[in-house]
Write a protein that binds this ligand. Structure first.
Ligand code: ATP
Ligand code: MG
Length: 784
């Protein structure tokens, strides 16, 4: 998979042929026009301040993928390590490992921005000499204040007119360490009145007396991102500098830097949408917070969305690459349904993972008509009929077996097709058994079932034609191998963890993201397989041994993914405890990809775009999307007209139409929905004024899109109003504290990381309606 001089690969499997997006189109056009003399150089520039996560995978696959697809192209791996405070060799090493694991290779082209410190500095002196940079000695907040606001131009500080000589002298003293942190900064002299705030004399260098993990104490001034990044690209003769959309505003400054510095190559920046997944955080900073607070067991905790975590969980690089392909490259930010990731994982493992049996929560079953010392060996196929693979293993059956506790019910409803007193069930690969007796211990708990097997049903068929609806898995008690099974689930219980409140993602942690089954029993044939083998445990999901904790003789398995999307079920009011209505996870949950030539707007679209920006002050990105959809504009206009909330509703309304509505609207146009702007405005204002949490507001939107109606009555009907009153919340807090005495003790003993757990429990108890801030305050009070 080395990137190198290969021809454009259209792929026998058709995989690459499927990839066509605005970036690939742009590069093909640049090659055709000879813009860079036919060269294509991309780069992946991570900052080594954490581990790579699934969002980075998108950028890696894109940048290294382009290098593989275009003849003579290459992709540099560059550590963007210009910040002494947060970077570490551990992170560099993990990133090298993770990129290789994902299937990419940088060949010779491994670079460190910190190797360019001297060159950045030379360029800075160059700017100073040209009068394009100056040393500002104002305190940080003065600089901020003088920079003005979106509506007011900035003003020069008293230092803006220092001469080039003065500036050069001061800059040299800054470098020489003659000043303390924050005493001076170097700023570009650009335009204090620019509508782009980033162009108002941005800071290039800051004094920081801090050791750098590669440069030690060699430097005490460190370059800022907007200064260093374009130069790094230019030094490496990168042609296509691809970054995520939040850097769109930085492009103007990027261009200014490469145009005003003394560099030979001219790279161009292009932005694409970040990969954001529901129920997932893609921010190293927030992930670090989880690691540092012990909420997870390190960067490679199998629940983490890091590549290291996904790898340890058992996810393959192929599945991640498939997800990235599925999502595609567009210029519209959208959140991807978590179910897509799970789909990619299952799809990949389906033909990779042999089917075996493991009982996670065992209940002993004695086959009373089976002789004590008899063992029968089945030759059981590893693969179901629809996977064209062969292979079998010996599967022992004896007088005592175990089945899942869940597969027995003493007093079952009619639709329960598994084992119950007097009923029959089929044992996978073996016989039909009938339950005759239930044995209990002194405490009244069921400890054993006594059953008989029907010798006529070997292999599961019934010669007399009687119908046996259920088939369950089992393991021979005498032959099974005891192991630990870690049932991992989504790390977060809400689609947008930490939304709203500043960075506090802890409260959204799913308290059931890890459930340990310590006494599982695995069939013996695979107990000595090599570590890292993946299986489907029949009816339970896909599993792999844990690469850290599993040992021969003490196996530990991680659940990679369940066989079906269990979250639909959990969110169902009939089955779940959250009391919230079902949120459909459909494949239509994102806005359609923006057309490749999306920068060219037709005259009509252009007019609509300008109106949206000028009259409603929408961000360019949002206006661009809305402008292309006349029905959406009609809905937007009607909603703006009906807006009764405080302050301008245009931005939040646009936001809901662009980012939330498509999931619920599916194929329907905004004209075909059973509600209008008035209802949308009412809903959004309930969300904006805090009556509804954002997830509750989404639930209301789902109902609106299905059947229309009045948002306020839907809120009341579903009981979604956010509970913010202390008196109202107090009983829930009490209840949670009373039910979790051991965790309360742990918390008081110093495990303050459990706060997230407690808040999560209060959220559950209130069906997601508690105001988390208030809940937190009350919990802190109660927990002392
Ligand atoms: P984080 O907040 O996780 O630190 P970052 O952008 O600051 O993200 P970098 O190490 O600077 O992290 O990122 C390296 C590259 O990966 C950048 O080019 C960045 O645009 C890209 N990248 C980061 N996150 C995502 C994402 N969620 N989707 C796509 N690309 C991403
Ligand atoms: Mg960054």
């Amino acid at each position: 998979m080395r990137s190198g001089p290969e021809s454009i690969n259209t792929g026998d499997d058709g995989r690459d042929a499927r990839r066509s997006d605005f970036i690939r189109a742009m590069i093909a056009a640049d090659i055709a026009s000879g813009k860079f003399g036919g060269r294509v150089v991309t780069r992946f520039p991570p900052e080594p301040n954490g581990y790579l996560h699934i969002g980075h995978a998108k950028s890696i696959c894109l940048n290294f993928g382009l290098a593989q697809e275009f003849a003579g192209a290459r992709c540099n791996l560059r550590f963007d390590d210009t910040n002494p405070e947060t970077e570490k060799p551990e992170y560099v090493e993990s990133m090298l490992r993770d990129i290789r694991w994902l299937g990419f290779d940088w060949g010779e082209h491994l670079y460190y921005a910190s190797d360019y410190f001297e060159r950045f500095y030379e360029q800075a002196e160059g700017l100073v000499r040209k009068g394009l940079a100056y040393v500002d000695s104002s305190p940080e907040d003065t600089i901020r204040e003088y920079r003005g606001t979106v509506t007011q131009p900035g003003r020069p500080t008293p230092y803006r007119d220092r001469t080039a000589e003065q500036n050069l002298d001061l800059l040299r003293c800054m470098r020489a360490g003659e000043f303390g942190d924050g005493e001076h900064v170097l700023r570009a002299r650009i335009d204090l009145a620019s509508p782009n705030m980033l162009m108002r004399d941005p800071i290039l260098y800051r004094i920081r007396h801090a050791a750098h993990y590669r440069q030690g104490d060699a430097w005490c001034i460190y370059p800022l991102y907007d200064w260093a990044h374009p130069l790094e690209d230019a030094f490496e003769c990168v042609t296509h500098s691809l970054c995520t959309l939040e850097f769109e505003n930085n492009r103007e400054l990027y261009d200014w830097v490469v145009e005003n510095c003394d560099v030979e190559c001219r790279p161009w920046q292009t932005e694409f949408a970040r990969l954001e997944l529901d129920y997932v955080i893609t921010s190293k900073r927030k992930l670090l917070h989880l690691v540092q607070n012990g909420i997870v067991d390190g960067w490679d905790d199998p629940r983490m969305p890091t590549l290291a975590g996904l790898r340890r969980r058992g996810v393959t690089p192929e599945a991640i690459r498939a997800l990235v392909d599925m999502v595609g490259v567009a210029r519209t930010n959208s959140r991807v349904d978590y179910a897509k990731l799970e789909y990619a994982i299952r799809d990949d493992l389906n033909t990779r993972a042999r089917r075996v049996m493991c009982v996670v929560n065992p209940l002993r079953v004695v086959i009373t008509n089976w002789p004590e010392d008899r063992t029968e060996m089945f030759d059981a196929p590893f693969w179901p009929h629809d996977v064209p693979k062969e292979g079998t293993r010996p599967l022992p059956f004896g007088r005592e077996i175990v089945i899942e506790r869940d597969d027995f019910m003493e007093d079952p409803p009619r639709a329960f097709h598994r084992l119950a007193p007097g009923r029959e069930v089929r044992l996978r690969h073996a016989w039909v058994i009938r339950c005759n007796e239930v044995v209990r211990d002194g405490a009244g708990d069921i400890i054993e079932l006594r059953c008989t097997y029907d010798p006529e049903t070997r292999g599961g068929s019934t010669p007399d034609g009687r119908s046996i609806k259920g088939t369950i898995h089992w393991v021979s008690a005498a032959h099974g191998v005891r192991c630990e099974v870690r049932l991992y689930d989504r790390l977060f219980a809400v689609p947008e963890p930490g939304a709203g409140e500043e960075g506090d993602v802890v409260r959204d942690v799913n308290p059931e993201s890890l459930v340990v089954a310590a006494d599982a029993l695995l069939e013996p044939a695979v107990a000595d397989d090599s570590p890292g083998t993946r299986y489907q445990f029949e009816r339970l999901g896909y599993f792999m041994t844990d690469t850290v904790d599993s040992k021969p003789g003490a196996l530990v398995f991680n659940r990679i993914v369940t066989l079906r999307d269990t979250w639909k079920r959990i969110a169902d009011p009939g089955a779940g405890s959250t009391g919230r209505p079902q949120r459909e996870h459909t494949s239509k949950s994102q806005p359609a990809a923006t057309p490749a030539a999306e920068r060219d707007r037709s005259p009509a679209v252009e007019t609509a775009y300008r109106v949206l920006v000028a009259r409603h002050d929408l961000p360019a990105e949002d206006a661009d999307i809305l402008a292309r959809d006349p029905a959406a504009i009609r809905l937007f206009d009607a909603a703006v007209a009906a807006w009764t909330g405080t302050a301008g509703g245009a931005r939040p309304l646009a936001n809901w139409i662009i980012h939330e509505l498509p999931r619920e609207a599916g194929e329907r146009s905004a004209d075909d929905l059973p509600f209008d702007g008035r209802e949308l405005a009412a809903l959004v204002s309930l969300a904006e004024n805090g009556t509804l949490s954002s997830s509750a507001a989404r639930d209301v939107l789902a109902v609106l899109a299905k059947e229309g109606g009045d948002p306020a009555s839907i809120v009341d009907r579903l009981g979604l109003r956010q509970v913010s009153g202390e008196a109202e919340l107090e009983p829930f807090v009490r209840q949670v504290i009373d039910a979790n005495a051991d965790k309360v003790a742990d918390y008081r003993g110093g495990r303050t990381g459990l706060m997230g757990f407690f808040i999560g429990q209060v959220m559950r108890a209130t069906g997601g309606r508690a105001n988390p801030e208030v809940a937190k305050t009350l919990l802190e009070k109660a927990l002392g």
